[in-house]
Ligand binder design. Structure first.
Ligand SMILES: [Zn+2]
Length: 209
C-alpha cells in the first residue's frame, strides 16, 4: 500500500483493534432467584447491558485494525445513540431529524408483516461519511442501499452461547453470532453478547443527490 492510500484509508470508529481484546473469564453464578446465569469471575458494574452479559473489550483504538471485527463497546454505543459507524458522530440529520443508514444484505433482516422496518447489526452512517463508505468497500455497491430511518430501538443481540458445566464452569456450546431477542430471558442467561441489534422504524430510500 502506498502512503497516499494509507492516509485515505480511515479506520472506521466501530472497527476493533488488536490491543483492545481482553480475556473473558466466565462462569455460571446462581442468582437470588435460584437460576444459573453466565457471569464474569470478577463481576463489575457495567457487565450487564440490556439484560445480557456483554463481552468485555478495551476502548483505546490501539493496535492493528481488525477489519472483520467490531469493537463491542463502540458498536453498542453507536446503536444506542444513533452514532455514525465511520466517524462516531451523531448520524441524525439536524434538518430532517432522520437517521441515515446503509443497509447491507448481510447485516439487515426484514420483519415479516411489518412494513418499512427491520433488524440490523450495522450502525448508522452519517450523510457526510456515506460517499467514502460506499467507495471504500466495493462490496457495498452490489448489496446495499442508502436509507433513512425515523428511529431505532434495541431489539436483540448477537451472542456466543454457553452452558453450565461442573462446578459452575462456563462451557462454550460452539455457537457464535446467535441472534437472541431481548425478550428471550431463558436464552439471554446463557449468552455473551458481542453486538447489539436494533429494530429500525419507517425505513425509506434516501434521495441520492
Ligand atoms: Zn460519519
Amino acid at each position: 500500500m502506498t502512503s497516499d492510500a494509507a492516509t485515505q484509508l480511515r479506520v472506521p470508529y466501530v472497527i476493533a483493534h488488536a490491543d483492545e481484546a481482553v480475556p473473558q473469564r466466565l462462569r455460571f453464578a446462581r442468582h437470588p432467584l435460584g437460576r444459573l446465569r453466565l457471569a464474569y469471575d470478577d463481576p463489575r458494574r457495567g457487565d450487564m447491558a440490556h439484560g445480557v452479559l456483554r463481552a468485555r473489550v478495551l476502548n483505546n483504538q490501539r493496535g492493528a485494525p481488525q477489519w472483520r471485527k467490531l469493537n463491542t463497546l463502540r458498536q453498542w454505543r453507536c446503536m444506542v445513540k444513533n452514532l455514525c459507524q465511520v466517524c462516531g458522530q451523531v448520524a441524525t440529520d439536524p434538518e430532517t431529524g432522520r437517521i441515515s443508514w446503509i443497509m447491507t444484505d448481510t447485516a439487515f433482516r426484514d420483519i415479516p408483516d411489518v412494513a418499512n422496518s427491520g433488524y440490523t447489526s450495522a450502525p448508522a452512517t452519517c450523510r457526510a461519511c456515506i460517499p467514502a463508505s460506499l467507495s471504500m468497500c466495493p462490496q457495498l455497491h452490489v448489496s446495499s442501499a442508502v436509507y433513512t430511518v425515523a428511529r431505532s430501538e434495541p431489539a436483540a443481540v448477537l451472542a456466543d452461547m454457553f452452558g453450565p458445566g461442573p462446578g459452575g464452569l462456563a462451557v462454550h456450546t460452539g455457537e457464535h453470532n446467535v441472534l437472541v431477542g431481548l425478550n428471550e430471558p431463558h436464552l439471554l442467561r446463557n449468552a455473551l453478547a458481542t453486538q447489539l441489534i436494533v429494530q429500525v422504524h419507517d425505513l425509506q430510500p434516501a434521495d441520492r443527490k
